[in-house]
Design a protein around this ligand. Structure first.
Ligand SMILES: O=C(CO)[C@@H](O)[C@H](O)COP(=O)(O)O
Length: 221
């Protein structure tokens, strides 16, 4: 199984996004945090900027929608060109219908779980999603402390995926760095989002390589 690294542009220089995207071209995906100041207490960027990011990004774009009413808005991010669109369990009204709509549009549908939310309710609808995102911080801001108490959730999800022979990916987002990468990979996560650890480093490519190396050594399928 391959580990994928997805730098979050939340910690990038928003005035120089094209340059910031080039700096992470050795990563597998770029994670774009869309926040609406309702579902989370922060406001970032919307569909017109994501569309432009999709046009210039050297790697696939993973749009993480931390917004209310994704049923209305997620298809707009698929139209903008995002390769994957993640919406939240606590926000979607009809998650299966929305996932099918996104897949019909040629976009990978992914489902996110906040720290206080259980993962088991997803088990029944696991095969509708390309990837499940387990948040390891409360969504809203970069640079927060990694919540290692979320690792039980990652382990239970990995066990369920393995038991059923599914290919669903497990993404972890929040506080991921070279020193926490092994913990999340050992629990069974195979897509690691890292914002401040990549863009806060002197050499983002080196930070990506370190996170990848630590995760690959520890990953359990
Ligand atoms: O979605 C979020 C925060 O809500 C994340 O993508 C963060 O942006 C990750 O930042 P670090 O914890 O890696 O600094």
């Amino acid at each position: 199984m391959t580990i994928q690294i997805a730098p979050s542009i939340l910690s990038a220089d928003f005035v120089n996004l094209e340059r910031e995207l080039k700096a992470i071209s050795t990563a597998d995906l770029v994670h774009v945090d869309v926040m609406d100041h309702h579902f989370v207490p922060n406001l970032t960027l919307g569909e017109p900027i994501v569309k432009r990011i999709c046009e210039v990004s050297p790697i696939p774009v993973d749009a993480h929608l931390m917004i209310e009413d994704p049923d209305r808005w997620a298809p707009e991010f698929a139209k903008a060109g995002a390769d994957s669109v993640t919406f939240h369990m606590g926000a979607a009204h009809a998650p299966v219908r929305l996932a099918r709509q996104l897949h019909d549009m040629g976009t990978r549908a992914c489902f996110a779980v906040r720290p206080a939310e259980p993962v088991e309710p997803i088990f029944d609808i696991l095969d509708e999603f390309y990837m499940i995102l387990i948040m390891t911080v409360e969504p809203g801001f970069g640079g927060q402390k990694f919540l290692d108490n979320q690792m039980n959730k990652v382990r239970r999800l990995r066990d369920e995926i393995t038991r059923r022979g599914l290919k669903t990916k497990i993404q972890v987002d929040g506080g991921v760095s070279p020193s926490t990468a092994a913990i999340v990979a050992a629990a069974g996560a195979d897509v690691l989002v890292a914002g401040s650890a990549v863009y806060g480093a002197d050499d983002p490519a080196q930070a990506i390589a370190s996170i990848r190396q630590e995760a690959e050594k520890a990953f359990r399928a």
